[in-house]
Design a protein around this ligand. Structure first.
Ligand code: NIG
Ligand code: FE
Length: 397
């Protein structure tokens, strides 16, 4: 067991403060990592000795970001679709079929190397925990290999066989739901922690979504829902009713949806509203009403939604900047949503905040304050990343 002292931290953002100051910022701080965990946090003036000492030179240090929503197992890209959209086309769920065709044609190694490339990007941008969904295979074998490959990179694997109905089932949707809740679920559940459904226009309706989620729960999976992205609808209320860990997108919310999410915040198994502003940015859509959610008391997370169609970014700092500029979140709210919010959306206690006994997942910025994450948009400020105590990115400051 080795210990590392990270000394001379100008601003330590723990995301573990009291209710009236959840960001928990400390200045002139130090942290000691012991093996994979945080062993000590305090004023640098009284920091204990350690085997190794790293001088942060006054930098800001935060918990590693928790990206609770990413679709990384796919082949090809949809750059032409993006360009057409920027020229006036609108986004629809139908584009998913393009990626499904490319993904089915790819071999395992090609899929694995795409995931590896995107995971390297995620970590390089400060994400130390990330979820990966399937959903571009949509056959039993292609979904199973998607969750298997995802599991090589993260324990947070989500089975999204119910992304859209593939063309070969277009005339028998019920048969596809039977497949997703039957043989496909049987093949994927052993490799997954979560089940997800795209409950929206052009994807699955409330009844179909309920079938998918209920079957996933019977198979021992936790629930997540793509909800209210393209239009107002039943996704959010279904997610709250079934105690899903997260309702994702939340772009078109009714007052009742906001109330339901806020009411669930006090429950033992709350439903987090996970906002994905990269999707609104890349589809040129109206951003979700984050203020309504936060002001009502809902739990809010930020995630990248990295996928080749609606949000091809792996950068949580970019999402933080969008959340602040476009969704009127304070910088503190955005940082909390990108850390402890994501952890809550994955029902994880060990990540998303810096505290003694927690996993030593940290980001050091090439900046004196977390505010620079939004104040310096588009600039790569990530100078150091530790995952479970191991330094995986270390740029010289
Ligand atoms: O979360 N909304 C559904 N799925 C993805 C988009 C997938 C795609 O366009 O390929 C999303 O935005
Ligand atoms: Fe998504």
């Amino acid at each position: 067991m080795t210990s590392t002292l990270i000394d001379n931290i100008g601003e330590l953002v723990t995301c573990d403060g009291p209710p009236d100051d959840p960001l928990g910022v400390r200045s002139a701080a130090a942290v000691v990592i012991q093996d994979t965990e945080i062993a000590w946090i305090g004023p640098r003036a009284v920091a204990p000795e350690a085997d190794e000492r790293i001088d942060a030179l006054g930098a800001a240090v935060l918990p590693g970001f928790v990206d609770s929503h990413a679709h990384l197992v796919f082949a090809g890209d949809r750059a032409a679709e993006f360009a057409a959209r920027m020229a006036g086309e609108t986004y629809s769920a139908g584009g998913i079929g393009t990626t499904v065709r490319a993904t089915r044609e790819a071999d395992d190694q090609e899929l694995r190397s795409t995931v590896a490339r995107l995971v390297a990007e995620l970590i390089g941008a400060g994400s130390t925990t990330f979820e990966i969904k399937s959903g571009y295979g949509l056959t039993v074998d292609d979904e199973q290999r998607s969750v298997r490959i995802a599991g090589e990179f993260t324990p947070e694997v989500t089975f999204l066989g119910a992304h859209v109905t593939p063309t070969e089932f277009a005339h028998d949707r019920a048969a596809y739901v039977d497949l997703v809740t039957g043989a496909m679920l049987d093949a994927c559940a052993p490799h997954s922690r979560w089940v997800d459904v795209f409950c929206d226009r052009g994807a699955f309706d409330a009844d179909e979504s309920r079938q998918v989620l209920s079957a996933g729960r019977r198979a021992g999976l936790g629930l997540r829902v793509h909800a209210n992205q393209l239009q107002a609808g039943p996704g959010v209320s279904l997610a709250v009713e079934l105690s899903a860990a997260s309702a994702d997108h939340c772009t078109h919310l009714s007052a009742g949806d906001v109330d339901a999410l806020a009411a669930s915040a006090g429950l033992a198994e709350p439903t987090v509203a996970t906002l994905l502003p990269g999707a609104e940015f890349s589809t040129r859509s109206t951003y979700p009403d984050a203020r309504a959610l936060l002001d009502a008391g809902a739990l809010v997370a930020l995630a990248t939604d990295c996928n080749p169609g609606s949000s091809y970014t792996t950068s949580m700092p970019f999402c933080i900047a969008l959340a602040v500029r476009e969704m009127h979140m304070t910088v503190a709210e955005a940082v909390l949503a990108a850390t402890v919010g994501g952890a809550t959306a994955l029902r994880r206690q060990d990540v998303g905040r810096l505290r003694i006994g927690g996993r030593a997942d940290m980001v050091m910025l090439d900046a004196p304050s977390h505010i620079h994450l939004a104040y310096r948009p588009g600039v790569n400020l990530v100078a150091g990343v530790w995952r479970a105590g191991r330094r995986v990115i270390g740029r010289v400051r």
